[in-house]
Structure formats: C-alpha cells, structure tokens
Design a binder for this molecule. Structure first.
Ligand SMILES: [Zn+2]
Ligand SMILES: [Zn+2]
Length: 259
C-alpha cells in the first residue's frame, strides 16, 4: 500500500539532467528495501507551481507563499542576500519552508528539492552540498557538479550526494544508532569505509563514489548492513503508523463520528 509520494522539484533553469539523476539515485537506494519500495512512488514535478502561485497587487505581480518551488527559492535567496551572499541560497531557510509547506502536510510526501544555485547551511559555513532530515525531505545543489553552462559534468558524485541526503530522509543514520557518530549530524562509521552514509569533513565524496560504483559492479548495495537495518526499521514504523491511523479512522467511522 502506498505510504507517501516522493516528489522531485527543482529550481527554474536547472538542467533536467539533475532531475533524471535524482530519480535514478532514489530508485537505486530504494532497491535496498525490496519489501517497501513500492510504497513510495517517485514523481518528477520539475519547477512545481500550484494554481494561484502568482497574484497581482498595485500593478505588480507577486509570488504567493508556498505555492511554487520558485517562491521557496526566492525566499531563501532573500535571506542569503541579507547575509551578504547574493550568489547562494540559505539551505536552512529552504529546508524550513519546505517543512512548513501546507501541501506537504496535506499530501504525505518526501520532497527532494534540487537547486542550480550553491547552498550554505548557516553564516559560519562557506557552503554545503545538501541537507536532509528524517521523514521530511532534502535539498541538494547541483552547482558544484556542473560546468559554467549548468551542464552536470560530475554525474556520479552528484548521484552519491543525492543518495546520501535521501538516506537521511529515510532515517538511515538516526541519532544513537550503533556504528554512527556525530560529524555535522549523525553519520555512519561503516568500518569497511564503503557506505555512502559516511560523512567527509572536506565535502569530497570522490572516494565514497568510487566505492559505491565498485559495489554496484558486484551487484552489492551502496549502504552497509547497519544502514539497511535502520531503513527497514524506518519503513516498518511508517507502515505501522499508517495502520494505526487506519484503525482509528475505521473506529470513528463505525461510531458514526467521522465520515
Ligand atoms: Zn549527511
Ligand atoms: Zn552505513
């Protein structure tokens, strides 16, 4: 039974290659969870716009809050400009408005927001490649994997980062998990050094990408057994939660309280 949609949305002007790579990345990670993968259909919405996403006022046109991916981006850009970083987007702001978005609450989903602009998480850090949190979604920038024309040239490293951030969304490295450590958030400390849920302090994922591709050639998963265990726990919990909700709804129905 479907639990949630996985929606991929993107900044205007981002190469459509990025969305394609994101679909592949998520699909590949979900392959590690054969029992659950069909509960989460993936849909590419591109530069998403709801009806009424713009409105006129005093002879000008404005973006309605939360009604388009563009609004989320423009909002994060405004914060970045205030922070003196006109060429970047504030990832924390993006993540926050994504979390607050009324549509996210209405339609159960994980949102994957892709940007062409560079991201930074907070004023004390120069940049980040992405940001993701359990049960909500993630924001990933293609900027550092693209050439000056916006073509994605470092495809496999971009894909690793997408898989890694999506791994956070599906709770692979929850706090207090065994074989994990806090390195800019909780990450896997896989002793074989192959798992994509490790964190590289310098932001260089090249060796992890090489390991991922080597595993793939052997038909092995890109995550370690601890991460697989954590994902199964997350998905089982989601199913259980939705069963509880169904029973509550059914009971209210039976009592004639809720229709
Ligand atoms: Zn991470
Ligand atoms: Zn791992």
């Amino acid at each position: 039974m479907k639990q949630r949609d996985i929606f991929i949305v993107s900044q205007d002007g981002l190469s459509p290659q990025a969305n394609q790579i994101a679909i592949e990345a998520i699909h590949e990670l979900m392959e590690c969870f054969p029992i659950y993968k069909n509960d989460y259909p993936i849909t590419n919405l591109g530069a998403w716009k709801d009806s009424g996403y713009i409105y006129p006022e005093n002879g000008r046109v404005y973006l309605a809050p939360y009604k388009s991916t563009r609004w989320h981006i423009e909002n994060a850009k405004r914060v970045a400009i205030d922070d003196g970083r006109p060429h970047q987007l504030n990832a924390s702001t993006l993540f926050q408005t994504m979390q607050e978005d009324p549509t996210n609450k209405e339609i159960p989903q994980f949102t994957i927001l892709l940007t062409k602009d560079d991201l930074y998480p907070s004023s004390n850090m120069n940049y980040c490649l992405g940001m993701g949190d359990e049960g909500i979604g993630c924001v990933v920038s293609a900027r550092r994997f693209s050439d000056e024309n916006g073509n994605i040239v470092d495809r496999e490293n971009f894909k690793t980062v997408l898989m890694h951030e999506f791994g956070h969304v599906i709770g692979l490295t929850y706090e207090g998990r065994e074989n994990s450590a806090d390195i800019y958030g909780t990450h896997c400390t896989d002793e074989d050094g192959l798992c994509i849920m490790q964190q590289r302090v310098d932001g260089n994922f090249s060796d992890i990408t090489r390991a991922r591709l080597a595993l793939k050639r052997e038909n092995l998963p890109p995550i370690c057994s601890d991460c697989i265990k954590a994902g199964n726990r997350f998905f089982a919990n989601e199913r259980q939660q939705s069963n509880v909700n169904k029973i509550v709804r059914q009971t209210l129905n039976d009592l004639g309280i809720y229709r």
